[in-house]
Design a protein around this ligand. Sequence first.
Ligand code: ADP
Ligand code: MG
Length: 394
Amino acid sequence: MNKKTVRDIEIGGKRVLVRVDFNVPLDKSGNITDDTRIRAALPTIRYLAENGARVILASHLGRPKGTFDDRYSLKPVARRLEELLGREVPVAEDVVGDIPRRAVERLGEGQVMMLENVRFYAEEERNDEKFARSLAELADVFVNDAFGAAHRAHASTEGVARIIPGVAGFLMEREIEMLGRALASPDRPFLAVIGGAKVSDKIGVVGNLLEKVDTLIIGGGMANTFLKAKGFDMGKSLLEGNRVDMARDLMDRAGASGVKFMLPVDLVVSRAADPEAEWKVVPVEGVPEDWMALDIGPESARLFGIAIGEARTVVWNGPMGVFEMAPFARGTFSIARSLAESAAVTIVGGGDSAAAVEKAGVADRITHISTGGGASLEFLEGRQLPGVVALQDK
Ligand code: ADP
Ligand code: MG
């Protein structure tokens, strides 16, 4: 990676503003249902504290729409962080101004505090320069460890790094290295599995990966549009009629550049996207008129599994079916297991795909599961992430 990291700068005694992605899921009573994102930032926080920095954490949580709203307070997140770190993490009741300034003044070397939700200010998402300046005034250096927010040019992800020197945290570094190496210099054969609901969400990803992979597998709802382009009748399946030509074009491009392009050969079809509804396995040419494809079939999973087994780098984004419902989760879980069993470098990007790998119980056997949903997609599309661009070059 050509960006500086926390290892490359002097941090002892310094006030360090750390942008983390603590946008954790909360239940209706405000309890944290998954603290993966908090845990993912621990190495950076610990490193900074152990090396004598005064650590000031900043994050967003939910969409409070630019006003103070207790439902989106970061206090419950700070409590969880205290448990994980085994040290106190006071929360300033504001993001900028006198309250955080005084809290930072009280902060000793090796101590950790948090600012309130940066999205309590509309200026955050507008990347307002004055607001970024107020944030920057709290610190001497900036550390960005919020890969999940790096695709957004907001004040706390991008603006602040224009004012004080910015470097990457360990999580950010790992994300960029893992995803970056897969795209730039993968061990071959390089295979990508792309799924999810819609082609329109993934055109950029498919287009970019097509230039780089040896094999491209398409599954999930978006495969329907490709199968339609090949002339199959897809019944009531989710299908983007206005993307059929584009799907055909992508397949032509794959053919022209010698990329092996694989689509499902069989499908799980049902009368409704309902776990109680009747379902059956049919070949792709046999989708009944009133039925919809909700998963890849077992033969497809088997063939995809063989291809995955032969690859040395695998990038997976997008479930193979409606994995939220048990009858339509088998294809997705089978792919998850194939990745787990493979000797390849395996990388999973996308929020639902990461959840599927967890649900399949194989998360610990995947080389890298990206913590950034939208950010990992934009990375796979080949785009520059503004939160990364703003950091100092090595
Ligand atoms: P990710 O978050 O990993 O990028 P997506 O958001 O693109 O993945 O896709 C996940 C969604 O796609 C899931 O909610 C899943 O139910 C849906 N999906 C997958 N296959 C189908 C299908 N055949 N029909 C309808 N929806 C599907
Ligand atoms: Mg998703």
